[in-house]
Design a protein around this ligand. Structure first.
Ligand code: NDP
Length: 400
């Protein structure tokens, strides 16, 4: 079955808004005029040719338990189940019983599907749960992933998959031992613009890649509950690099299709900024890829919200800004002798696409596109960045 993001094909160059739509409408109505006239009363008509795949029946869909009802789960993930055709929400795990009951009412989750952290292991007794989606603070990902595997469930885990490569390895090993799937929820890899950029690069439209630059950051706000644990090392594992810089690290890898060999880096935190007592603020880094491609990244918890990337090739350049937003994506391509053109693509629901991908992998017993090993690669790259910044030396990235 085709993935949502590959179910369209776009012209290689920028589109002009509105072209073609009028022609399609005109020829469609011309065809309709050729048939028998419809009676002037309400009548049924046979199933039309659908423009998108129909959803599976609720019984056929894969049941998900969401663990941790925080900002991301409530604002992005739970509403996105409505856009899924293969995944369904069947269970909630939360430490706040009143919130869990309220959210269960909103999404039609039965009382029996509500669990807390103490009785979490009882998910083993609920056959409706096939996948556990871990959306907890980073330092809790490994524990709740491994407990889910022990309960016989597959796991979809938020980024960063863990707070160290050692934990990431344990998670992968636990999934293998249990014979269950582990996917890291790298939403940008299920999103149409990023998929298109990968496709253009793989088809050689940019020529040989020379430089990828990406900046991902946002101001950390200690007054917001979701940012409080992010500023605590024991729960976050790292600073802006683990939280948002990871999007740039991951993009450098999926855009190039290469793994960084060598890393140089610097970190900086203002000593009098109370946000950075435990975790670092800004990091810049360089990767050298095996082909000679260089990458230049930055991340911060103090610069204004930024999610951009650019790819410079020998024949063309591509830039995306924002590249990894929840709701908005924009992409431009420039070529020698041509003005920079914006590519207009349909925007998909990247969260639903990721959920459906995991559901499809479970239904068809396939490996996810972003398995645990993908998360481990990012952990190794980020550990090398920290090591390079700490020592001031060029560091080789560890092997998985
Ligand atoms: P929140 O703080 O908003 O939510 C975390 C939830 O985890 C809490 O609401 C709580 O749920 C539960 N929790 C359990 N123990 C703790 C604890 N000791 N401290 C705090 N919360 C705890 O964080 P986010 O939703 O922003 O982030 C959660 C995860 O999702 C992180 O790993 C983050 O990196 C990832 N994320 C991914 C994004 C993406 O685009 N892919 C975007 C945002 C976040 P309850 O009250 O129900 O028990």
């Amino acid at each position: 079955m085709p993935q949502p993001m590959s179910s369209f094909s776009m012209p290689r160059r920028g589109l002009i808004r509105g072209t073609g739509a009028g022609l399609i409408a005109a020829s469609g109505s011309a065809a309709a005029q050729q048939g028998d006239p419809a009676p002037v009363r309400a009548i049924g008509r046979p199933m039309p040719k659908l423009e998108r795949e129909a959803p599976l029946s609720p019984e056929e869909r894969v049941g998900f338990a969401v663990v941790g009802l925080g900002k991301f789960a409530l604002n992005q993930i739970l509403p996105s189940f409505a856009f899924c055709r293969q995944a369904k929400l069947v269970s909630l795990v939360s430490g706040d019983a009143a919130k869990a009951r309220e959210v269960a009412r909103q999404y039609g989750v039965p009382e029996s599907g509500i669990h807390d952290y103490a009785n979490y292991d009882r998910i083993a007794d609920d056959p409706a749960i096939q996948v556990v989606y871990v959306i907890l603070p980073n330092a809790l990902h490994a524990e709740y992933t491994q407990r889910a595997f022990r309960a016989g469930k597959h796991v979809l885990c938020e980024k960063p998959m863990a707070v160290s490569s050692a934990e990431a390895r344990e998670m992968i090993a636990a999934g293998r031992a249990a014979g269950r799937k582990l996917m890291v929820a790298y939403r940008a890899q299920y999103e149409t613009f990023n998929r298109k950029a990968i496709e253009m690069i793989r088809e050689g439209e940019l020529g040989k890649l020379r430089l990828i630059t990406s900046d991902h950051g946002r101001p950390a706000k200690p007054e917001e509950p979701a940012d409080q644990w992010r500023l605590q090392r024991a729960l976050a594992g790292g600073g802006s690099l683990f939280d948002v810089g990871i999007y740039a690290v991951n993009a450098m890898r999926y855009l190039s299709g290469e793994e960084p060999e060598e890393v140089m880096a610097m970190t900086q935190s203002d000593p009098d900024d109370p946000r950075f007592r435990e975790v670092e603020d800004r990091t810049t880094w360089q990767f050298r890829m095996p082909s000679g491609l260089l990458c230049n990244g930055s991340t911060s918890y103090s610069y204004f919200e930024t999610k951009r990337l650019s790819v410079l090739g020998t024949d063309a350049a591509l830039r995306m800004d924002p590249a990894t937003d929840y709701d908005l994506r924009r992409m431009w391509v420039s070529r020698e002798g041509e003005r920079e053109a914006e590519l207009l693509l349909p925007m998909n629901n990247q969260f639903a696409a990721g959920l459906d991908h995991m559901a499809e992998c479970v239904r068809e017993n396939r490996d996810p596109r972003t398995p645990g090993e993908e998360g481990l690669r990012d952990m190794l790259a980020m550990e090398a960045i920290y090591e390079a910044a700490r020592t001031g030396r060029t560091v080789r990235v560890g092997t998985p």
